[in-house]
Design a protein. Structure first.
Length: 363
C-alpha cells in the first residue's frame, strides 16, 4: 500500500516542492522512527548506562566488528578498565592483550593514548570540537559520544545511515565522505531535537534501522517506520551500489616451530604493519637459524581491510634444546599456547588451521 505521503513525495521529487514536502514530513517520520526504536531496540550493555567513557569504548570496538562479537569484549574490557584512570595508567601491552581478537590494534593504542590525554586534562571532553582532538576519534565517533552520552544534536554517519539515506533519496553512488549524507544527518538530528526527540534516541534509531530493518539484502520495508518517505524501496538493491575495492595481494611464508609445547613468535617492530603484535616468524627472519629444512604443511587465506593475504605455513625440525630460550633478539621468543602475547587474526587463523585453536588462550 502506497501512502498518500509517499505519492506526494514521488510527484514532487524533481521539483522545488520536494525539499519543502520532505521537510514537512520529517517531524512525523522522526517521531515514528523514535517510537519504533524505543519499542523494538536490541539490548546492548553500553545502552543501559551511556556514560561518555562507555559510549566511547563501545563505538571504537564497533568500528570494524559486529555487535554480537563486541559484547563479550566490551564486558571484559570494562571489568579490567572500568574508567579512564584505570585505562590511562595501564601498560599499553595490557590494553593490547585485552583487545586481542578484535583486530585493528591501532584502535587499542589510540584508546590508550586518548585516555592519557583525558587524564592529563582532568576531564572527559564535553563538546564535539574537544572530542575530535582525541587520538582515534573522527567525526563519527565524536558525533556518537556527543549525541548518545551528552544529548548534543550532532550527526553520525556510518554504513547503516548511508544505506538508509541512499534508499530514502534514491542515490546510487554514496560514500561516507559525501557531504550530502552528513548534511542530511545533521539536519535530521537537529530537527528531531527541536521537535522533542532526543539526539540519543534519534541517532541510535537511525543506525538501528539500517542494522535491523533496512539491511543490505532484503530490507523489511513492510515493517519500516519511515517507509512513507522512502523513494527507493521498490528497487532497494540499487541504493547504494556496492563500491569496488582495490585489492592488494600479499604472499607470506611463515614458520611454525615448537620447543616442547611452546611456539616461536616474532614481534612486529615499531613502524611496521601490525606493530606491537606477535605472529609466526617469516621464513626470511629465521633463515639459517637452527638448521633443518622446511616442509610446507598448510595454507591460510586472510583478508585485512583491502589486503588479501595468502599465507603458506612451513614447519621444520628444530635442533635446539627443548626448554631453552632460543632468542636472537627481543623480537623472537617462544610462548606457551595458553599464554599468547598480543596477536592478530594471522596467528589465530594459522594456529586454528593447524588444529591448535582449542589450546589458544581466550582473547
Ligand atoms: S522503506 Fe525499505 S528501503 Fe526504505 S528505508 Fe525503509 S527498509 Fe529501507
Amino acid at each position: 500500500v502506497i501512502s498518500k505521503a509517499k505519492i506526494k513525495v514521488k510527484r514532487a521529487q524533481n521539483s522545488r516542492e520536494f525539499a519543502l514536502i520532505s521537510a514537512m514530513l520529517q517531524e512525523m517520520e522522526q517521531k515514528k522512527l523514535a517510537q519504533w526504536f524505543e519499542k523494538d531496540h536490541r539490548t546492548m550493555p553500553w545502552r543501559s548506562d551511556p556514560s561518555p567513557y562507555r559510549v566511547w569504548i563501545s563505538e571504537i570496538m564497533l568500528q570494524q566488528t559486529q555487535v554480537a562479537a563486541v559484547i563479550p569484549y566490551f564486558q571484559r574490557f570494562l571489568e579490567r578498565f572500568p574508567n579512564v584512570e584505570s585505562l590511562s595508567s595501564a601498560p599499553v601491552e595490557e590494553v593490547l592483550k585485552c583487545w586481542a581478537g578484535l583486530g585493528y590494534y591501532s584502535r587499542a593504542r589510540n584508546l590508550h593514548k586518548a585516555a592519557q590525554q583525558i587524564s592529563a586534562s582532568g576531564r572527559f571532553p564535553g563538546t564535539l570540537e574537544d572530542l575530535l582532538q582525541l587520538p582515534g576519534v573522527g567525526p563519527y565517533t565524536a558525533g556518537a559520544i556527543a549525541s548518545i552520552a551528552y544529548e548534543i544534536p550532532a550527526p553520525i554517519v556510518d554504513g547503516n545511515v548511508i544505506r538508509v539515506f541512499a534508499r530514502q533519496h534514491k542515490q546510487k553512488k554514496i560514500t561516507s565522505t559525501r557531504k550530502e549524507v552528513w548534511a542530511w544527518a545533521k539536519e535530521e538530528v537537529f530537527n528531531a531535537n527541536k521537535e522533542g526527540t532526543s539526539p540519543r534516541v534519534f541517532n541510535q534509531a537511525l543506525m538501528e534501522l539500517g542494522a535491523t530493518v533496512c539491511t543490505p539484502r532484503k530490507p523489511d520495508c513492510q515493517n519500516c517506520p519511515v517507509a512513507a518517505t522512502c523513494l527507493g524501496q521498490d528497487q532497494s538493491e540499487l541504493y547504494p551500489l556496492p563500491v569496488k575495492k582495490d585489492w592488494v595481494e600479499i604472499q607470506e611464508e611463515c614458520l611454525l616451530l615448537f620447543s616442547g609445547d611452546r611456539v616461536l613468535l616474532s614481534l612486529a617492530k615499531k613502524g611496521e604493519w601490525r606493530e606491537g603484535l606477535w605472529d609466526l616468524p617469516r621464513l626470511s627472519e629465521v633463515a639459517g637459524l637452527d638448521g633443518g629444512s622446511e616442509k610446507k604443511v598448510a595454507s591460510v587465506r586472510l583478508t585485512v581491510t583491502r589486503h588479501k593475504i595468502m599465507r603458506a605455513i612451513y614447519t621444520r625440525k628444530s635442533n635446539h634444546e627443548v626448554g631453552t630460550d632460543w632468542v636472537t633478539g627481543n623480537n623472537l621468543k617462544f610462548f606457551s599456547l595458553k599464554e599468547l602475547p598480543p596477536h592478530g587474526a594471522g596467528l589465530r587463523k594459522s594456529l586454528s588451521k593447524m588444529g591448535l585453536n582449542g589450546e589458544v588462550a581466550p582473547a
